[in-house]
Design a protein around this ligand. Structure first.
Ligand code: ASP
Length: 313
């Protein structure tokens, strides 16, 4: 066992190098650093992987650079519908929420579903009622809104009207945040949170809150959080597919993740990325898009990245 490790992502919907301004890159890297520090502070001091991934995701939800919590994208009706999940690799306990619009930190609500109910996934008003009973903060739906996301919705609608389904138009849609960790005791955990896709149909639920698709953790193999075109992650049941390749086929973490991201997912037309940590502490962060907001913290390394650069924590 190599000691605790935390990896995070802020989505693989990154425009090609040179298209973000220096200020935008700075803001994203600072946001990633804040989230890594929040989670790593817990892990380093012997905290549980579950608490670390929740803390990191909360920090990313609070940051408007990322498509989760505040800064979430708009659906076709100009509303936010957010999804989140958390999973504990120790006992395969999991909780998730789908289509929530008023919970300040959807990942906290996912944890409340896991810890306070016999269910795994609650949606909409029922999830918000549980969050309220659990003492979580509810906010007005426009608390999540930013001008940047409003502009993306306008642009997506204009592109759609012109029938433009180019790669550039796909990129406008993307984003998700997630964290995976292994703690000192060797337990794994994963959490993911997202606003989904710009201009998605009202009621659309993505891969993020579907355990085994966008989020998965199992102490026997890996903790995983995905980002990209959710429908493809659902159809490949990606998280469980990675687990199965490792458990039944004996593949290494890296082999399994690369095979899916650069093989199956790519073939299916999906811009995709993921972060994963194995039971031996190995970390991998593959993506087949121009970049992925991401970072790693452990006793031996600490860095964030958008493209192929590494900036120290
Ligand atoms: N996977 C997310 C979804 O489909 C979006 C993303 O990660 O870009 O909701």
């Amino acid at each position: 066992m190599s000691g605790p490790v935390l990896a995070i992502h802020g989505g693989c919907g990154v425009p090609p190098r040179g298209s973000l301004t220096d200020a935008q890159e700075r803001r994203a890297r600072d946001g990633l650093k804040g989230a890594l520090r929040a989670g790593w502070a817990l892990l380093r001091d012997g905290g549980a992987a579950l608490d670390a991934v929740e803390a990191a995701v909360i920090a990313l939800e609070e940051h408007t650079a990322f498509n989760a919590g505040r800064g979430a994208v708009f659906n076709a009706d100009g509303k936010h519908e957010m999804d989140a999940a958390i999973m504990d690799g120790r006992d395969l306990k999991a909780g998730a929420v789908g289509g929530v619009a008023r919970i300040r930190n959807p990942v906290r609500a996912a944890r409340a579903v896991m810890e306070r109910t016999d269910h795994v996934l609650l949606i909409g008003e029922g999830a918000e009622a549980l969050a309220s009973r659990a003492g979580l903060e509810l906010v007005a739906p426009d608390w999540f809104s930013t001008d940047e996301r409003r502009a993306s919705l306008r642009e997506m609608k204009a592109r759609q009207a012109r029938g433009d389904v180019s790669e550039a138009s796909q990129r406008l849609k993307h984003g998700t945040v997630g964290a995976v960790a292994i703690d000192r005791a060797g337990h794994l955990a994963a959490a993911t949170s997202t606003g989904g896709y710009t201009n998605k149909l009202p009621g659309r639920v993505g891969d993020t809150p579907l355990i085994g698709a966008g989020t998965y953790a199992n102490d026997a193999t890996l903790a995983y959080s995905g980002t990209g075109r959710g429908e493809i992650f659902i159809r490949t049941v990606l998280g469980h597919e990675l687990h199965a390749r490792m458990a039944y086929k004996g593949e290494s973490l890296t082999t399994a993740c690369d095979a899916m991201v650069f093989g199956d997912l790519k073939r299916m037309g999906g811009g995709a990325g993921l972060i994963a940590v194995g039971r031996d502490g190995t970390v991998t962060l593959p993506f087949n898009t121009a970049g992925m907001y991401r970072g790693v913290a452990s006793a031996s390394e600490g860095w964030v990245s958008i493209y192929d650069e590494r900036e120290s924590l």
